[in-house]
Design a protein around this ligand. Structure first.
Ligand code: XUL
Ligand code: CO
Length: 436
């Protein structure tokens, strides 16, 4: 039985094709930079958007049917899994990501929720075995239920903290059972609405403790992948502690978590924080914390997380340039944390959305290698810092310059004689010439 009878298997047909159900840039088996595009890009389907979200917003109910034949919630959960695997197969998407509550409905108690989760995880495990699809990462939904309204790890209520720890423990167990290569922590309620009722120091210490005990437990049961924090500055709370990549890197270092945790950078979260996607990836990379990507894009005219499928080829190009410079994905990948618009309400719209996102990243990957092969941007940057390769600059680079020496050097100069151009517009021309 097919859930998507109108979606054919999507194949690469090249840039000239007019077939809307074909890839123009994503050619899974084509080698680029020594690896296939499939290996380079590691696309993943986000269960919560693609399989669960029905298009509701603050002003209206859902517009899409995600009931998979309806009936008993556990029957529905299995049908949803069947549908997910059909979709991944047709779209050539090799990985998926989920929250515990996306794949199995929450029960009346934690014990019942755990039982349901085990049953569905086993079912998904059998589908994985048949299809070869893999789990990129798992996570726990510690933000939807009213018990988490004041936070999970940052709740003022110790019972809630314990509940969150238990829920994460189980989600890590399921991730390990399904061979996941990552586990994500997204602190959707880990922040505050007002400082008038908030002990920020205690909340941050508690949040770190939650990450410490749950991540250590994961190592104990054999999780060898990466833990990720996913920065986001706001929404749903007014202020979230995992504000942006730089904030999270400082937090990880302060609490001794840096060796186990990396960052899952989401494009739309970057722009919400007032940064570019490229900036957040760069911060992660220079801190040795680059891990994985939630691939989407926001709307520059809106101040919230619209989670659109990515189509901006400048962003995908500069993103893939960062990924290549970080050494490529190891345990991470490109998870489409993205949804079709509320009015794009048919299953075919899902196919068009994935094709757009996958082609945009495939194009970005091709362009990133073109930029590297062209070499002009790299050469410009190397030349811009060349004064650090000789004389006093070399001593600064070696950290052997004394303050007295630097002062003597500056006094002898009297003033900096030349004004050197940063040549931004020249470089932007180069970028366009390479891309167009
Ligand atoms: C929310 C968001 C989450 C995380 C996983 O903005 O990005 O879906 O990716 O909890
Ligand atoms: Co995300």
């Amino acid at each position: 039985m097919s859930f998507y009878p109108n979606i054919p298997a999507i194949r690469y047909e090249g840039a000239e094709t007019n077939n809307p159900f074909a890839f123009r840039w994503y050619n899974p088996e084509e080698k680029i930079g020594g690896k296939t595009m499939r290996e380079q890009l590691k696309f993943a389907l986000a269960y919560w958007h693609t399989m669960c979200a029905e298009g509701s917003d603050m002003f209206g109910v859902g517009t899409m049917d995600k009931s998979y034949g309806g009936g008993d919630p556990m029957r529905q959960a299995k049908a949803k899994a069947d549908a997910a695997f059909e979709l991944m197969e047709k779209l050539s998407v090799d990985y998926f990501c989920f929250h515990d509550r996306d794949i199995a409905p929450e029960g009346r108690t934690l014990a019942e929720s755990n039982e349901r989760l085990d049953e569905i995880a086993d079912y998904i495990g059998s589908l994985m075995q048949k299809s070869g699809k893999k789990l990129l990462w798992g996570t726990a939904n510690c933000f939807n239920h009213p018990r988490y309204m004041h936070g999970a790890g940052t709740s003022p209520n110790a019972d809630v903290f314990a509940f969150a720890a238990a829920q994460i423990k189980k989600a890590i167990e399921v991730t390990v059972k399904l061979g996941g290569s990552g586990y994500v922590y997204w602190g959707g309620r880990e922040g505050y609405e007002t400082l008038l009722n908030t002990d920020m120091g205690r909340e941050l210490d508690n949040l770190a403790y939650l990450l410490q005990i749950t991540s250590q437990y994961g190592r104990k049961i054999g999780f060898a992948g990466d833990y990720y924090i996913e920065p986001k500055p706001k929404e749903p709370t007014k202020h979230q502690y995992d504000f942006d990549a730089a904030t999270v890197c400082g937090f990880l270092q302060k609490y001794g978590l840096a060796k186990d945790f990396r960052l899952n950078i989401e494009a739309n979260h970057a722009t919400l924080a007032g940064h570019t996607f490229q900036h957040e990836l760069n911060v992660a990379r220079v801190n040795g914390a680059f891990g994985s990507i939630d691939a989407n894009q926001g709307d520059m005219l809106l101040g919230w997380d619209t989670d659109q499928f990515p189509t901006n080829i400048y962003d995908t190009t500069l993103c893939m340039l960062e990924v290549i410079r970080a050494g490529g994905f190891t345990n991470g990948g490109l998870n489409f944390d993205a949804k079709t618009r509320r009015a794009s309400c048919t299953p075919e719209d899902i196919a068009h959305a994935f094709i757009a996102g996958m082609d945009a990243f495939a194009y970005g990957l091709r362009m990133a290698y073109r930029i590297i092969d062209d070499g002009r941007l790299d050469a410009f940057v190397a030349d811009r810092y060349s004064s650090y390769e000789s004389g006093i600059g070399k001593k600064i680079t070696a950290r052997s310059a004394t303050i007295e020496e630097l002062e003597a050097h500056a006094l002898a100069l009297g003033e900096i004689p030349t004004r050197t151009s940063g040549r931004q517009e020249y470089l932007e021309n180069i970028l366009n010439r390479i891309m167009l």
